[in-house]
Every structure is written in structure tokens, then in C-alpha cells.
Design a protein around this ligand. Structure first.
Ligand code: HEM
Length: 402
């Protein structure tokens, strides 16, 4: 039977989708739950938008994480692709086991005093400022400090330049030339790994030191995997949680009644916990799941996904699906149950979920309390979003004290 005709999304929804993807996602869920883009000469890219399909495909063994299976695949410019996000078993199982121990909830909980102190210190610096950029002044440096502490990155390498280099590898950054970014990144990894080999500044958790030793002493990890994993963890350990704080704060500024629930004297830990889950659902920091391609043909909504086609699972859309979440476009900080897919699902479920939750539950209430009454410094539709492929995050979140 021929595949049913596929409608095209209205151009105004496509144009607006970096700033506001939700009308586009709603259109996809309704009219084209398996939407394909077949641009000439490129592999077909499918977008899957309904909760049920996204969740099922996150655990479907017919989808591979190995980009090498896409015909004509060319590795990204950094060449740092040999990490667990781009691996299937048995490599995925081996690589995941090597990093997982550092992120278990019990170990992460011990970082709470350091996190709280770092957050206070950053907010002390802007205490008397009328204008604050929540991203540059708070969410960026806080979340990078945390992942650096876990990896054991020496403090002199925890700088805005290091952060800019990492972020520029996934979204074009004004003033940074891509070839220079790659050069900086590789120099950074050379220095970092050499210093770990020399036993420099182990830090409290020193995950990177442990990975270097695992590779050197038992061959559990190749040098290429070590470099790729260090890059991956530095990047996702920072970008994602920065987006949680940025997107979360923006949502709260747009819903003062909900923000007041969080700052109320009787707001207990239960409300803070459900609030963070709801903010993760409402404007998910990882908008699309990471790379997947069909390892064999898959039929979805009457259409045939061919082997080698790329399949994009739209987490941000699944989390706004009314068939799963009543009034899905409504922000309700007390929402339960809330089985969102913001951290993915199945074998690639986020390793950093406990860390992200800790950062969200500590940072967001603290930010609201310490900033006091604030408003956006410009209209919400003029805010700049970073044009990253998978992530959803603001380039800046300027607020003014009122
Ligand atoms: C709010 C913050 C975060 C969100 C929303 C988030 C989201 C996700 C999602 C959706 C996935 C699954 C991707 C897929 O299946 O394609 C994932 C995987 C992953 N996350 Fe996170 N993440 C967050 C924070 C972190 C942090 C702080 C780390 C720390 C290093 C981290 C490390 C990872 C790693 C290593 C994976 C790959 C796991 C695997 O492939 O087995 N994430 N994350």
C-alpha cells in the first residue's frame, strides 16, 4: 500500500521554532506524528513527536546510536565521537559503567554544601546590581563549576574561555571561528589529561583522573574514548543544567503566581521537587533526544523508516502531549504524576539526572529569594535562544530588579 501523503508544516511555525517550538510541535503531533525531511543528497531525517512513540522508540533496539551506520556519514569537526552517547552495546555498556559510579545519587548528595556555597558566592557578586544576566552571572558559572568539581578539572582551567570553547562546538558563537574553537578544544584536552596523568589537583570526585587510570592501567578505555568522554561530560554536564535554570527561571517570570508558590514560607521540599520536575517537562533543556538511526526498517504511522535513516525523537514535544499530561501547555508546579521524558528513558537515560535535580532544587529557589522581585529586561519574544541542534537554552536572560 502506498504511504499516505505527508502534509508540510506551515512556514511561520518553522520560522519561529528556535524561539518557540511548541506550536510547531503541536502541529506535528496532530498532523504528521512521523514527519520526514528528505533534503536532496542527505539521509532522510524523521521527527517523532507523540509521547507514546517517543517513549517506545527510546527503548527500541532497532534504533542504533552509532552514527557510522548512516550512509555517507562524516564525523563532526571535533572528531570527538567515541563516547557513550554514540555507542551501542557492548561499547555503550562498558563506557557507561566507567562513568556511572561518579553520578549515583548518594555521591551527588554530598556535593550539596559546595553547590549552595558556590551559588551564594555568585549571587553575592550581583547583590547590588540593578541588572543581572541569569545565564552569564549565575547559571553558566555555577553549573560549569559543578561538573568541573566532579571531573576534577583544575580551577585555573575553569574559565569563561573554556566554557565558550565548549559551547561553540555545538552552536555558532559570534566572534569565535570554528577552526580555532576545535584547536582550543584539543589543546584544552591535551593539557587536562596530561595534568590528570601527573596527579594534579585530584578534587573531591576526580572522575577524569579515574578514567585516565582505568585506561592506562587496565585498558578499559582507549585514548580516543577518554578524550571524547571528557569532552562529552564537560559539555553536557554544563549546557543542560544551565538550560534548566535559564528556561526554568523564564517560565517562572512568565507565571508569577507559580513563582509565588515557590517563594512562599510554607513551600516545602516536596513542592520544590515537583516544581523542578514540572519545569523540566514544561520547557525541556534537551529538546530532542540525541542521535539515533534505524538499524533496520521500522513502520510508524503507516510510513516506512528505512535502514540508515536518522530518527529524531522530540522530547520537548512528547512532554507537551495532552494525551499524557492533562493541560500540557499549563505550568503547574505541583503536577503529579509527572512522568516526563526530559532525562530520556531506557538504556541511555541521563547519567546526570541526580546532579541536575540537585542543581535545580538548590539553585532555583535560591535565585528567586536572593534576586527578590525582578522582571525581564526585554520582551520575552526578543530573548536570544542559542541555535543548538539538540538543546534548548537561552543565550542570555537579562532581568531588572523592580
Ligand atoms: C537538566 C539537565 C539535564 C537534562 C535535561 C538531561 C537530559 C538527558 C537526556 C534526554 C539524555 C538521553 C539522550 C538520549 O537518549 O538520546 C541524557 C543522557 C545523558 N546525560 Fe543528561 N541531562 C541533564 C544533565 C546532565 C548532567 C548534569 C550530566 C553530567 C555529566 C549529564 C550526562 C549525560 C550523559 C553522559 C548521557 C548519556 C547517557 C547514555 O548514553 O547512556 N546529563 N541526558
Amino acid at each position: 500500500m502506498p504511504a499516505p501523503p505527508v502534509p508540510s508544516p506551515p512556514s511561520e511555525l518553522l520560522t519561529a521554532r528556535v524561539r518557540d517550538p511548541y506550536p510547531y510541535f503541536a502541529w506535528l503531533r496532530r498532523h504528521a506524528p512521523a514527519h520526514v525531511d528528505r533534503r536532496n543528497g542527505r539521509p532522510a531525517v524523521w521527527q517523532v513527536s507523540r509521547y507514546r512513540d517517543v517513549r517506545a522508540l527510546l527503548t527500541d533496539g532497532r534504533l542504533s546510536k552509532d552514527p557510522g551506520r548512516v550512509p555517507g556519514y562524516v564525523p563532526g569537526p571535533t572528531g570527538l565521537n567515541r563516547h557513550l552517547v554514540h555507542a551501542d552495546p557492548p561499547d555503550h555498556t562498558r563506557l557507561r559503567a566507567l562513568v556511572n559510579a561518579a553520578f549515583v545519587p548518594r555521591r551527588i548528595a554530598r556535593l550539596e554544601p559546595f553547590l549552595t556555597e558556590t551559588a551564594h558566592r555568585l549571587l553575592d557578586r550581583v547583590e547590588h546590581h540593578a541588572h543581572v544576566d541569569v545565564i552569564a552571572d549565575f547559571a553558566g558559572p555555577l553549573t560549569f563549576r559543578m561538573i568541573c568539581a566532579i571531573l576534577g578539572v583544575p580551577t585555573d582551567l575553569d574559565t569563561p574561555a573554556t566554557r565558550d570553547t565548549l559551547m561553540a562546538t555545538i552552536a555558532p558563537t559570534p566572534g569565535l571561528v570554528p577552526a580555532r574553537v576545535e584547536e582550543h578544544l584539543h589543546t584544552l584536552l591535551d593539557i587536562l589529561i596530561a595534568r590528570k596523568r601527573s596527579g594534579d589537583e585530584p578534587g573531591a570526585v576526580d572522575l577524569l583522573g579515574a578514567l585516565v587510570r582505568a585506561g592506562d592501567e587496565t585498558g578499559a578505555m582507549s585514548e580516543e574514548e577518554l578524550r571524547s568522554t571528557a569532552y562529552l561530560l564537560l559539555l553536557v554536564g554544563h549546557d543542560t543544567t544551565m538550560n534548566l535554570i535559564g528556561n526554568g527561571m523564564l517560565a517562572l517570570l512568565g507565571h508569577p503566581g507559580q513563582a509565588a508558590r515557590l517563594t512562599a514560607p510554607d513551600a516545602g521540599p516536596n513542592l520544590v521537587a515537583t516544581a523542578v520536575e514540572e519545569l523540566l517537562r514544561y520547557d525541556s533543556p534537551v529538546r530532542d533526544a540525541t542521535f539515533r538511526c534505524a538499524a533496520e526498517p521500522i513502520t510508524l504511522h503507516g510510513q516506512r523508516i528505512e535502514e540508515g535513516d536518522i530518527v529524531s525523537l522530540l522530547i520537548g514535544s512528547a512532554n507537551r502531549d495532552d494525551t499524557r499530561f492533562p493541560d500540557a501547555d499549563l505550568l503547574d508546579l505541583g503536577r503529579t504524576p509527572n512522568d516526563h521524558l526530559a532525562f530520556g528513558y531506557g538504556p541511555h537515560f541521563c547519567i546526570g539526572a541526580a546532579l541536575a535535580r540537585l542543581e535545580g532544587t538548590v539553585a532555583l529557589p535560591l535565585l528567586l529569594h536572593r534576586l527578590g522581585p525582578v522582571r525581564l529586561a526585554k520582551p520575552a519574544d526578543e530573548l536570544a535562544w542559542r541555535p543548538a541542534r539538540v538543546m534548548r537554552g537561552l543565550a542570555a536572560l537579562p532581568v531588572v530588579r523592580t
